[in-house]
Design a protein around this ligand. Structure first.
Ligand SMILES: C[S@@+](CC[C@H](N)C(=O)[O-])C[C@H]1O[C@@H](n2cnc3c(N)ncnc32)[C@H](O)[C@@H]1O
Length: 293
């Protein structure tokens, strides 16, 4: 299997990383290896991690094919513990660090992972299969108030209460264990009134963020990334929804006020229309970049 993921805002990410030949760059979300490959193509040395073992396999396969001579290393690790994760590379300073957050198309396309409301599969949603709790577990054990909070806070879902109630009602009949069951339930709550987004979109987002503790991981990782940068090193973060972008924005703002970094993007950079047309997944992407002082 090869990666089907198209790297988002590739040109902009490489430009903001300011990749220099021979320098070391760290990709904290290596995914299918698209950005990693471009860093190597620009002459950088590449060190990458992903918490998903399948992503690590795909990235290694891609980089082995294009850079069999080496110059790169990819390992399975979680960026929540970035400083520990880099120890294996025997490096503690990088000229640039990239976070390309969220899911890859490879993860979405694998029905067994349960990330997509368009494919039927078990409601798993764990990026790393050693995590203990799946999305189906959350739907089984959370009470109505907890489900409401989850959909409201992590999905910014207007229909949070109705969805929570619908889950409580449905699971009295039969456990909710598949992505199709949950997508159908969202459709029934929405009763045919559909906007641009599928009615299950935000609920799936909320469950995935909760299962993988994505926001706390990001909050923990960004300051570590700054510490791991050389002076004048660049941090580039691509986010895909407002909750992530707000964390990046506030972290960058605070560190800029403290004089630790210099903002390179006062406002987030968004993809060009031509990219969004070619790859609709890019439509919500926002890139922020900063330079360590
Ligand atoms: C959008 S994809 C990255 C795609 C990659 N830039 C490419 O060009 O192929 C995001 C990746 O981040 C990984 N990821 C998410 N949270 C992570 C974490 N806490 N630690 C490490 N990897 C994480 C996911 O498993 C996924 O493979």
């Amino acid at each position: 299997m090869t990666s089907v993921h198209q790297p988002v805002m590739l040109k902009q990410a490489i430009e903001y990383l300011n990749v220099q030949p021979g320098e070391a760059y760290f990709d904290a979300t290596v995914g299918g290896g698209g950005h990693a490959q471009a860093i190597l193509a620009a002459g950088g040395r590449l060190y990458g991690i992903d918490r998903d073992p399948q992503a690590v396999r795909l990235a290694r396969e891609r980089l082995t094919a294009s850079y069999p001579q080496g110059g790169w290393q990819v390992n399975q690790a979680d960026f929540v513990d970035l400083k520990t994760a880099v120890q294996v590379f025997k490096l503690n300073q990088f000229s640039g660090i990239l976070f390309d957050l969220g899911l890859s198309s490879d993860q979405l396309a694998d029905r067994q992972r349960g990330f997509s409301f368009q494919l039927d599969g078990p409601l798993d949603m764990r990026m790393d299969p050693v995590l203990n709790v799946t999305a189906a577990d959350l739907l089984k054990v959370l009470n109505k108030g907890e489900l409401y909070e989850l959909f409201k806070k992590l999905g910014e879902e207007k229909r949070a209460l109705r969805l929570a109630q619908a889950i409580i009602d449905a699971r009295q009949q039969t456990p909710i264990t598949t992505s199709k069951q949950l997508a159908d339930l969202a459709m029934s709550v929405c009763a045919g009134r559909r906007g641009k987004l599928h009615p299950a979109t935000k609920m799936f987002q909320a469950l995935r963020i909760a299962v993988n503790d994505e926001l706390n991981n990001l909050k923990a990782a960004l300051p570590q990334a700054i510490d791991l940068l050389k002076a004048k090193g660049r941090l580039v973060v691509i986010s895909f929804h407002g909750l992530e972008d707000r964390i990046v924005k506030h972290c960058f703002k605070d560190l800029a006020v403290e004089g630790v970094i210099r903002l390179l993007t006062k406002k987030p950079i968004q993809p060009e229309l031509v990219e969004v047309k070619a790859n609709p997944r890019a439509r919500s992407a926002k890139l922020r970049a900063a330079e360590k002082v």
